[in-house]
Design a protein around this ligand. Structure first.
Ligand code: ZN
Length: 402
């Protein structure tokens, strides 16, 4: 594409988005009104239907994808043939602190409501980016596929996991971009996660007959002590990837997030449990780190502790090279639209980019929201940022599909 032509297209896209500001906010608001709280994971069908209908109204080719038979995903496509570029947004939200969070409102330039930032605002922005591209006269080489999925907040099976497992995601895709609330930076990598609950078993007895019991708390001291030793070794490791502040670079093993056990001060406890949450840096060998956790449990058993382990969640770390085609296109889009240079950082949590990265597809996160408000009682997103990000998405797609 000639530079002059590209500049003219960019101008048309900006004008188009400016004109559609109210419609974009209206789309996001309509999605916020559907309480897609996860857990438990409800309202999915109704939210997916609204996304499908709205996307069709925007002139996109809509396909309902239901790979698991239970999880309605929506794909809204601009363009035909060639390779796919995926934009991906999740429409499930964390539970609200207050039902009024499902009544969206615009105040002082911000859209308020559960999901405004994480990430129904992003879903609206990606759809309007595709629409702006289409109406600007841009002819893509390949397809821009806007995917809306449920089940992200609990790493559930009905969204991206199902799309990946059923082979719906095309392995030769140009890339994937997700609209997570990245607070202005680009997340190019995420940590791995292994969360488990360890339960120590004993035998109850009255304190007067304590010798007839087996104290599960004493067993927990042994196994938790071994994990604490592992924790001090793990926290010495630091990632080389950018993440602030410096303390956030340490590899993580959080012990005792959830504790339970015992019946009464005068009864030998027969059952004590605690959770651990291991977050591996992308440089660490995920399988080796998982093995290290199970070895601790084996060691405790060898010392006579009766215990078992329940796996709560598991997800691999992933990293995409910021210098690849996707990273360079996004960085150029950010620079052209916002005037700022892109900063690539390690995400402090897990990201669905990992499911695409596992298929060899470059995947990055960049969205309009702030992480600090995303799961809180005052979730909001700047309307200017919604528009700005829509423009960045359109600009990125234009570069990759030219
Ligand atoms: Zn999210």
């Amino acid at each position: 594409m000639k530079p002059a032509h590209a500049t003219e297209l960019a101008r048309r896209i900006r004008r188009r988005l400016e004109r559609e500001r109210a419609d974009l906010v209206d789309f996001a608001s309509e999605l916020i009104r559907v309480p897609t709280e996860n857990p438990p994971g409800e309202g999915y069908g109704s939210c997916a239907a609204r996304i499908a209908e709205r996307s069709r109204d925007l002139g996109l080719e809509v396909q309902r994808v239901d790979p698991s038979g239970a999880g309605p995903c929506v794909a809204a496509t601009f363009g035909a043939g060639g390779r796919a570029l995926y934009f991906s947004g999740h429409y499930d939200v964390v539970p609200a602190q207050d039902r009024s969070q499902f009544e969206p409102a615009v105040r002082k330039g911000h859209l308020h409501g559960r999901g405004a930032a994480d990430m129904k605002g992003g879903i609206a922005a990606m759809a309007f980016a595709a629409r702006a591209l289409a109406s600007s006269g841009f002819e893509p080489k390949g397809r821009l596929v806007c995917v809306s999925v449920p089940d992200e907040e609990t790493s559930g099976p009905r969204g991206t996991v199902a799309l990946a497992e059923t082979g719906w995601i095309e392995r030769d895709a140009v890339g994937m971009l997700t609209m997570e609330p990245t607070s202005g930076v680009v997340w190019s990598a995420n940590r791995g996660v292994i969360s488990m609950r360890v339960t120590v078993h004993g035998k109850p007895a009255h304190v007067g007959l304590h010798f007839r019991g087996v104290n599960a708390f004493r067993g927990m001291l042994t196994v938790a002590g071994l994990f604490a030793e592992l924790e001090s070794r793990v926290s010495e490791r630091r990632t080389e990837l950018a993440i602030a502040p410096a303390a956030a670079r340490r590899s993580v093993l959080l012990l005792g997030g959830e504790l339970a056990g015992g019946h009464s001060f005068n009864v030998v406890p027969d059952r004590v449990s605690f959770t651990l949450d291991r977050r591996t840096n992308p440089e660490e060998d995920f399988d080796a780190e998982r093995d290290a956790l199970y070895r601790v449990v084996e060691e405790a058993r060898a010392r006579g502790v009766s215990c078992d382990v329940e796996l709560l969640q598991e997800g691999r770390s992933a990293a995409t090279d910021p210098e690849g085609a996707l990273g360079r296109a996004l960085a150029s889009g950010i620079r052209d639209v916002t005037g700022r240079s892109a900063r690539f950082e390690l995400c402090p949590g897990v990201l669905e980019t990992r499911h695409y990265a596992a298929l060899g597809i470059p995947a990055l996160a960049y969205g309009p929201g702030l992480l600090s408000v995303s799961h809180g009682p005052n979730e909001l997103v700047s309307v200017d940022r919604l528009l700005e990000c829509a423009e960045v998405y359109a600009s990125t797609a234009m570069r990759l599909l030219s």
